[in-house]
Design a binder for this molecule. Structure first.
Ligand code: OAD
Length: 251
């Protein structure tokens, strides 16, 4: 029997109710969650494509590229410094915490996140694939060494001890995702019998294709978003509402 939807903010666009989703979730042998910027929105992190997602009228597609960094490393670092300052005091929200709790309750669990803010780790998630890197790490353009760096503000421009220029250890537009991360993501997806796609606009590849791949491989796929996305028509169920309202109801 389907549980009534308790939150007035939530709509269910499919035939499955939360109770049924909960049962399927905990009966699953392997669960994968694909997370996007919407997960962190309730912590106060601006999404990329929302109305608050702009910085000095630059779009991420213009700022987050290696060409932009080559031409204007100072400007790009200022953007990242602005984002790091905004993130530094933010805390995981109910959605991050619920995801960490789901990991404890299911047999096999993988979180594939497109977010670079590190909030999943703060919430206690363990098995995380950071598809787009982490804004709290830096990588040397000369020696390729990657180090944690939580300086706020960061010195602009930052340099490695070898003298090379440091860049944020994030994946920029036009760059390849790490093979290792992609392989791990595909193994998790192909092995899953349940997948959540949460707070992602389903536009940026390859992550946008993961839900379809999971469906092709036989997984039951559930989307949670505040609005319909290009993925909505292809998944088994879409719950329209805030991730921080809906996910705790699955615990
Ligand atoms: P987007 O900003 O494109 O999309 C955020 C999604 O979250 C939208 O579909 C919103 O409707 C939804 N959303 C907002 N608030 C929500 C909430 N409280 N609960 C549930 N859903 C909510 O972010 P991503 O899809 O993550 O890439 O963007 C993918 C990639 O594009 C990012 O990782 C980044 C960006 O450019 C790189 O930096 C490489």
């Amino acid at each position: 029997m389907n549980m009534p939807l308790t939150k007035h903010t939530m709509q269910n666009t499919g035939e499955y109710g939360l109770q049924e989703i909960r049962e399927r979730l905990y009966k699953s042998k392997a669960v994968t969650i694909l997370a996007g910027a919407g997960i962190s929105a309730e912590s106060g992190v601006p999404t990329f494509r929302g109305k608050d997602g702009l910085w000095k009228n630059f779009r991420p597609e213009e700022m987050a590229t290696s060409e932009a960094f080559k031409q204007e490393p100072r400007l790009v670092w200022e953007w990242y410094d602005w984002r790091r300052r905004a993130l530094a005091s933010l805390k995981p929200n109910a959605a991050h915490l619920a995801i960490a709790e789901i990991e404890k309750r299911v047999k096999e669990f993988t979180l594939i996140t497109q977010n670079v803010d590190g909030l999943h780790q703060l919430a206690g998630s363990k098995n995380i694939i950071e598809l787009h890197g982490n804004i709290w790490r830096v990588k040397c353009l000369s020696c390729n060494k990657v180090n944690a760096n939580r300086e706020v503000p960061i010195k602009i421009l930052p340099f490695c001890e070898c003298g090379g220029l440091l860049r944020p250890d994030v994946v920029w537009f036009g760059e390849m995702l790490s093979d290792n991360n992609l392989t791990k993501a595909f193994v998790a997806i192909d092995n899953s019998d349940f997948m959540f796609v949460i707070g992602t606009s389903g536009i940026v590849q390859p992550a946008a294709s993961f839900a379809l791949r999971a469906k092709d491989e036989g997984a039951f796929v559930v989307e949670i978003n505040i609005e319909k996305t290009p993925l909505s028509a292809s998944v088994d169920a879409t719950f329209i509402g805030k991730a921080g309202d809906i996910l705790p109801q699955l615990l």
